[in-house]
Design a protein around this ligand. Structure first.
Ligand code: CTP
Length: 425
């Protein structure tokens, strides 16, 4: 167990965690790498949010082409969308004697997202009217189509709208439900376009729904735990959470439903689709982990083994030359989950060692009833806390040992998830 004494404002850390997880998809991610997406924008006030959709998709690695209806151009600037998508924005079917190849556009995309979908364009999609480039591309598209409607409440509840939605659903379109809230008319009701980050999660889920881990529930722990000594000091360790986050991202990108239980860290997972539970202490991490059962559990957190018997209510004042803290053992989460483990569940633990590495790793494998122990040793350069790289050895129940080269934590996360996938089989 490594002990570091430090100062923190725990309140701020938790708060930062919540705020940052809310915006994480807009700031980093590679979840949509290589995906080709057409964003169709129609004439609705919600079009003012579309630059954020483009930005989120591009940040997530997607190649985005925007097609606007003429009415959409009144609500959002072509220049903004072209700049953010790094591509020409398509609006006209015909321009100065040239013809926009809608068939090519429709066939280029892996998915067409129409957001916002106005009442007018919905009606055209239902009837097959083809009077603009977006409609021509939609009608000639061979890829899936997802729509995010936006309209005023009365229009949303009109029987014609319901019929049109039913029709396009029958034609294979996927509808992202509208939200209840403030509408452009000033009324409060149904009809608001789903929030941008939820649209982005929807798109991500769409691409991961047929992943090899779809239908599996996964739990990942990451980061350190902090055990309070008094209101300003704690016992902690140097874990950055990078390894756990990389594993959570990898599991999510293969379709698993991921819960990430993390101690105080400054980095974020790639997707808001990962359910994040921020904790501070080992006891909180224990509670967050043992309440639900998962198909896959990866305990990458550096959990404190001991916590102060007593947390002082006031700051401990400097007094004698020595200070003795009395600590008590925390509950071992991995060992608890190992005891509860059923057939078909995969349990992965980590071991960070400074000496007798293999012996200690094998002991943890057995005592905590894990299927795999990932050993890191602080003897290896570039491995362990804080680095972007890691060097690991896998130990399996059957005694097998697999030594890996020094590699990025992202790449090691892929190896770990590959191994989990094999173990599940
Ligand atoms: N672990 C846990 N709960 C604890 C302590 C550790 O779930 N209270 C998990 C860690 O997340 C890791 C594995 O157990 O997956 C091994 O943790 P490590 O700190 O290396 O080993 P310990 O069992 O704590 O033993 P030691 O510190 O003496 O090496």
């Amino acid at each position: 167990m490594s002990l570091t004494f430090g100062f923190t404002n725990i309140g701020n850390i938790t708060c930062e965690g919540i705020i940052s997880s809310r915006f994480s998809l807009l700031t980093l991610s590679n979840m949509l790498a290589g995906k080709k997406i057409i964003l169709g924008i129609t004439g609705s006030i919600a079009a003012y949010k579309t630059p954020l959709i483009v930005r989120g998709l591009v940040k997530a690695g997607a190649e985005v082409k925007v097609i606007m209806t003429p009415a959409a151009a009144d609500f959002v600037s072509k220049l903004t969308l072209a700049t953010l998508s790094k591509s020409e924005v398509f609006l006209d079917l015909f321009k100065e004697g040239t013809w926009a190849n809608h068939v090519q556009l429709g066939r280029w995309a892996d998915v067409i997202l129409v957001a916002p979908l106005s009442c007018n364009t919905l009606s055209k999609m239902a009837s097959g009217a083809c009077d603009n480039l977006l409609m021509a591309s939609y009608l000639s598209a061979t890829c899936p189509v997802i729509v995010a409607p936006a309209m005023d409440e009365d229009m949303w509840h009109h029987p014609t709208t319901k019929n049109n939605l039913r029709t396009i659903e029958e034609h294979g379109c996927t509808i992202i439900p509208v939200q209840y809230g403030e509408l452009a008319s000033g009324l409060i009701g149904d009809g608001r376009m789903t929030e941008v980050e939820d649209i982005l999660i929807f798109i991500e889920k769409f691409f991961t729904q047929n992943g090899e881990l779809t239908g599996k529930k996964a739990l990942v722990t990451a980061g350190p735990t902090y055990e309070a000594i008094d209101p300003v000091r704690f016992i902690g360790n140097h874990s950055s959470g990078k390894m756990g986050i990389a594993i959570a991202d990898e599991l999510y990108s293969r379709g698993a439903e991921v819960t990430l239980v993390t101690g105080p860290i400054s980095i974020k997972p790639n997707s808001n689709g990962i359910k994040r539970i921020d904790i501070t202490t080992a006891a909180e991490m224990y509670e967050a982990c043992v309440s639900t059962t998962y198909d896959i559990t990866v305990m990458a957190a550096a959990v404190a083994d001991y916590t102060p018997v007593e947390v002082k209510g006031e700051k401990i004042k400097k007094a004698g030359d020595e200070l003795t803290l009395v600590l008590k053992k925390t509950k071992d989460i991995l060992a608890t989950l190992g005891k509860q483990k059923k057939d078909g569940q995969v349990l992965v633990g980590f071991a960070l060692e400074t000496d007798h590495e293999k012996e200690n790793a094998l002991k943890k494998l057995k005592e905590k009833n894990s299927d795999l122990i990932v050993l890191n040793t602080l003897q290896d350069k570039g491995a362990g806390f804080g680095h972007d790289t890691n060097k690991a050895t896998f130990y399996f129940k059957n005694g097998e040992e697999k030594k890996l080269e020094l590699k990025s934590k992202t790449s090691l996360a892929k190896d770990i998830v590959d191994t989990i996938t094999q173990l599940l089989k």
